[in-house]
Write a protein that binds this ligand. Structure first.
Ligand code: 6PG
Length: 469
């Protein structure tokens, strides 16, 4: 048995686990790794020869080399596997030890695990981690939940390894219980929204404007130099310059148009419904992934219906500029909806979220990092209780200046028969949100008509019922 003790042990040595361990070792933390799959342990050993990382083949030895109180981090697929791993290590741990789940676990599973471990004296931290394999290596954005005292005990290692935005680490204590995983889930919902919008911009440039891959990629590159600067715009630009290894074509043209998902976007929408938080753009992005997957139905329908003629564009440069405005408008909407959901969840689930800090730790390391997060941070700095980013005066000024071009592109897309459901949803959401009066009076009347559900009046307090018809 080894004498040396390690400050953190990580179970789950996929690329992400391996990279995170190397990142921690780079910051001079002594860390150990274990995986049930021995070949991954060997791979860690091989890849980390110049690092002081202990690759354990045996779970007992792995636990025994950890400094007490022990910190065991799990980076394993969400779901049952997390429970199995906890079961495997539980008897080897002692009160005061800490288990961190760094996967994309559903927040209700995290709440259950916190509750189940309560009597054992073992602390459980549900930590959202964003940034993929590269983020893990160079610095991810991390969203830890759990007990604040537990966080104080482990924060050094995570602050050292997190991405930095203007020198500030992109990790901060999020809140009790499942708060960290909840915030990561909504991060992913926003991620779905932004990705859908960029796919729509591509479709519009390709089919309405007739642009080729190089000019589409060039346009995304240009956008990434301006106010749309973000990780997703940056990688989207690069995708259009990638050649296929198997043919002479651009790789993008050889990829099947059916997007897959692991479920976090769907969870965001599902819980938004529970909270009565309208996140139409994110819902649309989730639905569009499903619609893209219905390949056979779409083939059948495409042979049954005619498509309208594309609108005639005379000034492509002007329309590309309008499109940039439209995408910027919709990006803001995606964040406004997701962050609005977080504000509701904070009250409902007593997370006590600090929205300014969430905007701050999303500025680097994570998939939705973008320069406009600085504006959101400033908005929450002015008003920590802001219910919706669209209610901030500075953001309102920006959105107001973009709305006409967002409408213009939405119109062109509808006229041309090119689906831009995300953009159209953003425009319609905006119109509903800024409406003093919506037609919901009719819905109240209908409910009372067929079900005596009663309605409220604009001139008197109370519930009313009428004999209709
Ligand atoms: C991140 C990503 C990461 C993962 C998504 C993909 O923040 O690093 O969000 O967690 O890439 O879960 O999600 P889908 O498979 O659902 O698109």
């Amino acid at each position: 048995m080894k004498d040396k003790k390690y400050e953190l042990g990580l179970i789950g040595l996929g690329t992400m686990g391996q990279n995170l361990l190397m990142n921690m070792a780079d910051s001079n933390f002594a860390v150990a790794g274990y995986d049930k799959d021995g070949s991954k342990v060997d791979a860690l050993d091989e890849a980390t020869k110049k690092y002081d990382i202990f690759a354990a083949h045996n779970i007992k030895e792995f636990i025994s080399v950890l400094e007490k109180p022990r910190v065991v981090m799990l980076l394993v697929p969400a779901g049952k596997i997390v429970d199995y791993v906890i079961e495997d290590i539980l008897l080897m741990l002692e009160p005061g030890d800490i288990i961190i789940d760094g996967g994309n676990s559903h927040f209700s599973d995290t709440n259950r695990r916190v509750q189940n471990l309560k009597d054992t004296g073992i602390h459980f931290v549900g930590m959202g981690i964003s940034g993929g394999a590269e983020g893990a290596r160079l610095g991810p954005s991390m969203m830890p939940g759990g007990h604040p005292e537990t966080w104080n005990r482990i924060k050094n290692i995570f602050e050292a390894t997190a991405a930095k935005a203007d020198g500030e680490p992109c990790v901060a204590y999020i809140g009790e219980k499942s708060a960290g995983h909840y915030v990561k889930m909504v991060h992913n919902g926003i991620e779905y929204g932004l990705m859908e919008l960029l796919a729509e911009a591509y479709d519009f440039m390709k089919n309405v404007l007739g642009m080729d891959n190089a000019s589409i990629g060039g346009t995304f590159r240009k956008w990434n130099e301006g106010r749309l600067k973000s990780f997703l715009v940056e990688i989207t630009a690069e995708i259009f310059f990638q050649k296929d290894d198997l043919t002479d074509n651009d790789l993008i043209d050889m990829i099947l148009d059916a997007s897959r998902s692991k479920g976090t976007g769907k969870w965001t929408s599902q819980d938004a419904m529970n909270l009565q938080a309208p996140i139409t753009l994110i819902d649309t992005a989730v639905s569009m992934r499903e619609l893209s997957g219905a390949l056979e139905e779409r083939q059948q329908a495409s042979s049954m219906y005619s498509a309208p003629d594309m609108v005639k564009i005379t000034d492509t440069d002007k329309v590309v500029d309008q499109l940039e405005d439209a995408i910027y408008f919709s990006f803001i909407t995606a964040y406004a909806q997701g962050m609005g959901q977080l504000t509701k969840a904070s009250k409902e689930y007593e997370y006590n979220l600090n929205m300014e800090s969430i905007a701050a730790i999303w500025r680097a390391g994570c998939i939705i990092r973008a320069s406009l997060l600085e504006d959101f941070r400033a908005a929450y700095q002015k008003n920590a209780d802001l219910e919706n980013l669209l209610l901030d005066a500075d953001i309102a000024k920006t959105v107001d200046s973009l709305q006409n071009n967002a409408r213009a592109i939405a119109q062109m897309s509808i006229q041309s028969g090119v689906s831009m459901m995300g953009l159209n949803s953003a425009v319609s959401y905006f119109d509903a949100y800024r409406s003093k009066r919506l037609p919901a009076n009719l819905i109240q009347a209908q409910r009372d008509f067929f079900g005596s559900h009663t309605y409220e009046r604009i001139d008197k307090e109370g519930k009313f019922h009428s004999n209709w018809g």
